[in-house]
Design a protein around this ligand. Structure first.
Ligand code: G
Ligand code: G
Ligand code: MN
Length: 276
């Protein structure tokens, strides 16, 4: 049974609905970038592009408020293509070893030829495919298994990294891990946030880390907010981590500074546990 989320329920009546159509044309969308740190190398490996809407009268609107509306109205197709191209163009100017991660919603994959959209973004910006990561949730896979699978495999064979986002929430079924070419699993932040206090979270974090390793996929822990949760995901063998402990999402001009800060924050792993 399909139950609409609070965001989707309000979409029909939201005053933002009509304005969203013009947000791309009026140049009101911006991307911020949230670093993802390689825990073995001790430095940033990629940056996740996150959309923000710089609304002329309402100020900065977070994606949780407008993405559901954009999906309902299908404006996400246009906005998502814009985000993909913008993110690739920004990444082209970063150091070669840094990848860019872009979220794709189910509607984007359903409503347009996403392979074509991705190829156009890469061609237009000159970014090599192996510097692009696409983050998708299980919802993407639920809708049209075969066609989606074919498109993802085609992108994967070009060198694009496909990451399973928000793992552990949604409609998690382990079957998806068997049938799709995921290179990474990103554990949802709800499990990571409560690690120090809640024993069950740590158990899940550890098990998902083991699962990824056994499947030859890389593991990413999202929502690392404290030195204690960084230490825990590191001890659990995670390959990568993301969270406010390292840095908040930042505009493109602040990316270099954020990457340096992440490197410094890694130092906590080399100091005695009693200091935090
Ligand atoms: O409010 P918050 O920043 O937590 O919301 C982030 C959510 O919005 C993420 O789950 C992400 O999937 C979605 N999102 C952010 N930027 C984009 C984008 O460029 N394209 C798509 N499709 N989704 C995005
Ligand atoms: O659904 P998706 O994973 O794409 O959503 C990513 C969202 O999660 C982004 O908005 C990102 O900024 C947020 N996020 C990542 N790490 C943390 C964290 O440590 N704390 C909080 N509150 N949000 C985080
Ligand atoms: Mn994501």
């Amino acid at each position: 049974m399909y139950t609409p989320s609070a965001g989707e329920r309000s979409a029909a009546t939201s005053p933002l609905k009509g304005e969203l159509l013009h947000a791309v044309e009026r140049d009101e969308l911006v991307l911020h970038y949230h670093p993802i740190v390689d825990l073995r190398e001790g430095k940033v490996s990629s940056l996740e592009a996150l959309m923000r809407w710089k609304h002329p009268s309402r100020g900065m609107i977070p994606p949780s408020e407008f993405i559901p509306i954009a999906e309902e109205t299908r404006h996400i197709v246009r906005m998502g293509s814009w985000a993909l191209t913008r993110a690739c163009a920004d990444a082209k100017k970063w150091p070669d070893e840094i990848k860019v991660s872009v979220n794709l919603s189910a509607v984007q994959i359903e409503c347009c030829d996403i392979y074509d959209v991705v190829m156009k973004a890469l061609e237009k910006t000159g970014l090599p495919p192996d510097r692009l990561q696409l983050e998708i949730t299980e919802t993407v896979l639920m809708r049209d298994h075969e066609q989606t699978q074919a498109v993802l495999k085609k992108l994967h064979s070009l060198g694009v990294t496909i990451t399973l986002d928000d793992f552990g929430t949604c409609f998690a079924t382990l079957n998806y891990l068997r049938s799709f070419p995921f290179k990474k699993i990103k554990l949802d932040r709800s499990f990571v946030r409560d690690i120090p206090e809640q024993h069950d979270c740590l158990a899940i974090v550890k098990s998902v880390g083991d699962l990824a390793r056994e499947l030859n996929m890389r593991s990413v822990a999202e929502g690392v907010e404290t030195a204690a949760s960084l230490a825990a995901v590191h001890a659990a063998g995670y390959d990568e981590a993301q969270g406010f402990y390292f840095s908040p999402p930042v505009p493109n001009r602040a990316v270099e500074r954020a990457m340096n800060q992440c490197k410094q924050r890694m130092a906590v792993l080399n100091t005695p546990a009693t200091s935090w």
